[in-house]
Design a protein around this ligand. Structure first.
Ligand SMILES: Cc1cc2nc3c(=O)[nH]c(=O)nc-3n(C[C@H](O)[C@H](O)[C@H](O)COP(=O)(O)OP(=O)(O)OC[C@H]3O[C@@H](n4cnc5c(N)ncnc54)[C@H](O)[C@@H]3O)c2cc1C
Length: 419
């Protein structure tokens, strides 16, 4: 007798969620095809999973649905030069997301998000370590910790973050300015204090890691089709149909792992999920990665720098502006200026990149079956932590597809909360 009822799976998206889900399913012996309009092995693959900051951040339980930052939001939005920006032509479209965000911006929701982010974040590194045993990670990963620095300006927020992490038993080491400079002597001391997550890992090349996982998926028998998917439906108990402009593909079950682009597919399934995007940017300072030994994030500025193989990646900021607006030069200038503030020795950067964080208004991802189409599984909305959560999402979603039992409480990640 065959072990699983599911005979085949189609996955839309070859970002880190898609490839990790594909890998776990193929390891169970279930045939899988991944679809993406971009080839993950090509230089054109510039999805969020390519350009992120590369932090594996199992400690990052607190998100932005917090009252302490709410009062600063209007001021930040009206300044074109800060960690948060808004494309004014997108304001009306952002209303459903924003009104839902306001509902979730209270202490109870903040702690709910922290608890259920912690549930999956605490499993995230082990899930990656399992995969890393099977791929060549030479020059792709470093374990030197991750440092966050700050000034005295928003100390209340810093104290809140430290307390919530302490309460959840997350290991953190507070640092004085002097201790930070001892660890990273090239930094300009424009900050007052900080924290280090000792032993935290970072990617020296997120795309390089994704490619290795994808190659392992192919080696184990997974299939990939480069195509732009325009629709998805469930025909009956045993059949889902993924459709592109030219082709129809049939699978027992399908997975939506299309990051910030998932909403155009879930809208077709009769669910009004308020997914939107927090746009983020990066530039590279070529051959400057030796200036710091580990990622350094400047919380006041909403940006960080990660030493990577492509150079020193200055990365971050949040821009609300949807999927269609072009890259904002002002955001790039902000990143460059902020990087020069921390490391005045930097010269001119290259490679301007805009990426799309997939974000839900309560800052929890959606992981689980569609409400009306049980054979279509959702795996998107991992916002600032989708890189960290790729491997564990792969394990959870493959378990859902295979109808395995789990000890995790998956109900907080269901799309039911928005319907
Ligand atoms: C500036 C920035 C910094 C970040 N830093 C970090 C960090 O340090 N640590 C961390 O954990 N996370 C970080 N993130 C978040 C993380 O990068 C994302 O959450 C994560 O990459 C999302 O992965 P994904 O697989 O869901 O989506 P994606 O990587 O966006 O992949 C989705 C894929 O689906 C494809 N697709 C979409 N629709 C279709 C369709 N209709 N047909 C065919 N293909 C389709 C796309 O082409 C894409 O390749 C950062 C994000 C940004 C923008």
């Amino acid at each position: 007798m065959e072990k699983y009822k599911c005979k085949s799976v189609g996955i839309i998206g070859s970002g880190i969620q898609g490839v990790c889900i594909g890998l776990q399913l193929i390891k169970k012996g279930i045939p899988v095809t991944i679809f993406d309009r971009l080839d993950p092995l090509s230089l054109n693959f510039k999805s969020a999973s390519y350009g992120n900051a590369g932090h594996f951040s199992p400690y990052a339980v607190l998100q932005f649905n917090r009252t302490d930052i709410l009062s600063d939001v209007p001021k930040m939005l009206f300044s074109s030069y800060g960690p948060l920006a808004l494309k004014w032509n997108y304001v009306l479209k952002m209303i459903p997301w924003f009104s839902n965000y306001l509902k979730n911006c209270n202490k109870k929701s903040m702690l709910h998000t922290a608890k259920y982010m912690h549930q999956i974040l605490s499993l995230s590194n082990d899930a990656y370590e399992e995969i890393f045993k099977e791929i060549d990670t030479t020059n792709l990963i470093e374990k030197k910790g991750i440092i966050y620095v700050w000034t005295k300006r928003n100390l209340k927020s810093r104290e809140l973050e430290i307390k919530v992490r302490d309460d959840l038993g997350i290991k953190q080491k507070l640092l004085t300015q002097k201790e930070i400079i001892e660890l990273e002597p090239n930094l300009n001391p424009v900050f007052d204090a900080g924290v280090i997550y000792e032993g935290a890992m970072h990617a020296r090349d997120p795309h390089g890691i994704l490619k290795e996982i994808f190659k392992l998926f192919l080696k184990k028998g997974g299939k990939f089709i480069q195509d732009n998917i325009i629709s998805l439906k469930q025909n009956n108990e045993n059949q889902t149909v993924i459709k592109s402009e030219k082709e129809e593909y049939i699978f027992t079950k399908s997975v939506i792992a299309s990051g910030a682009f998932s909403k155009s597919l879930t809208d077709q399934l009769g669910e009004n999920i308020p997914l939107d995007t927090e746009r983020g940017y990066h530039v590279h300072f070529k051959d400057m990665d030796h200036l710091i030994s580990r990622p350094v994030i400047f919380l006041d500025k909403g940006f960080g720098m990660t030493p990577m193989n492509q150079g020193l990646r200055a990365v971050g900021t949040v821009e609300l502006g949807g999927l269609k607006n072009p890259l904002s030069k002002k955001r790039i200038d902000y990143l460059i200026k902020s990087a020069h503030e921390l490391l005045p020795q930097l010269k001119k950067p290259e490679d301007e990149w805009l990426g799309f964080r997939p974000t839900l208004p309560d800052f929890l991802p959606i992981i689980g079956p569609s409400l009306k189409n049980k054979n279509i599984i959702y795996a998107f909305g991992h916002h600032h932590l989708g890189w960290t959560l790729g491997a564990v999402t792969g394990k959870i979603v493959s378990g859902i597809v295979a109808e395995e039992k789990t000890n995790l409480d998956l109900s907080p990640y269901s799309s039911k909360r928005f319907n």
